[in-house]
Design a protein around this ligand. Sequence first.
Ligand SMILES: [Fe+2]
Ligand SMILES: [Fe+2]
Length: 405
Amino acid sequence: MFKDLVMKALPPRVRDHFDALAEAADVLAQVKNPNVLRSLGPSGVRGLLLHRGKQGIPTTVPARHSAYFDWTYPNDQPEMRELFQRAKAGQWDSDRDLPWHTSVDPLNPERRLLPANFIDHGALEREGARLSELEHRKLDYSICAWMLSQFLHGEQGALFAAAQVTEAVQFFDGKLYGSTQVMDEGRHVEVFSRYLQEKLERLYQVNDNLFVIIDALMADGRWDMKFLGMQIMVEGLALGAFSTLYRVTNEPLLRELLKRVIMDEARHVHYGVVALREHFKSALTDAERREREEWTFEVSLLMQNRFMAYEVFDEWFAGGRLSREAWRRVVMNSPGMNEFRSLMFSRLMPNLRELGLVPERMLRRYESAGLLQYMLGKSAPELTAEDLLSDLDRGRTANQAAALA
Ligand SMILES: [Fe+2]
Ligand SMILES: [Fe+2]
């Protein structure tokens, strides 16, 4: 109450600055396990307080993993070998396979990048920001360019993580497979960056929370944590985000681009599950397993409500008619964000279950975070990319039918 009164009395820019600091403190306070705090804390400071991703200069992150060589070149993991064969056969060339000639007008109401209700404009108005119809479309354009920029930054992280994981993994077949993932992620960087430059002519800076996760994973020396973070958590996040946009966008080039990327990403998650399943069952002490269970839960919480498009807020509303806190309320409750959260966790949770990372003692905590409901779906090896895409297409058709009814 007292805090609310003080916040109201402050000039808007100072108020929003305090809000950002309070939110950063809240993120760090949310982490309860000391081991988890040790592994995420330094990245939290670099990302949330020092804004290292936003200084307009390249960022360096020290890496501490070991490259693992095997001079006998064994065939040691048939499922990974098979994934390697499939990945080789599934390579595509963005110049040849995507319709780059498509002209994209981000403000065209007939081929909307995002549906009109992706951000709840009614809620925005109720919070005091009334926008004209054209401003609505411009704001949606900003949100879409922001999302794609975060995809691009995430893909840069995935490219470097795939390279690190290829060095560090101890299965030789995993290294061969990893080489295809490095190529996949390079292609993803290429297509998102080209789409943003040529079609949307915009690029937003990296979101601080995304920076924290990438920074922490780059620096972690333990290969299985890198795998868990990148191949399971961040790839799950990416699949949820790509799927949301794939399902709702009416822009044909973007849809085709996302479809190709989703096919690759489904393979990446599959690889992560195969690599970690055996390792978690047999190679960890009880204390190490517990740490990974806690880490997974806490990173899930960090990913749940942390992608609030503040970079768009800064561009549109900072110091003006809407507070940062009000913007957060609007984004948090927007239909597009709800769908993103639900798709992300329905991809992620079954994989965590499959890896044995959700023991009975953690069920209540997942339930109180609202995440238990996502646990029962198909996990990565059974859920193929084709299933995933046809689920999304079905959801899209049902939505269109509902809109016409
Ligand atoms: Fe990717
Ligand atoms: Fe990936």
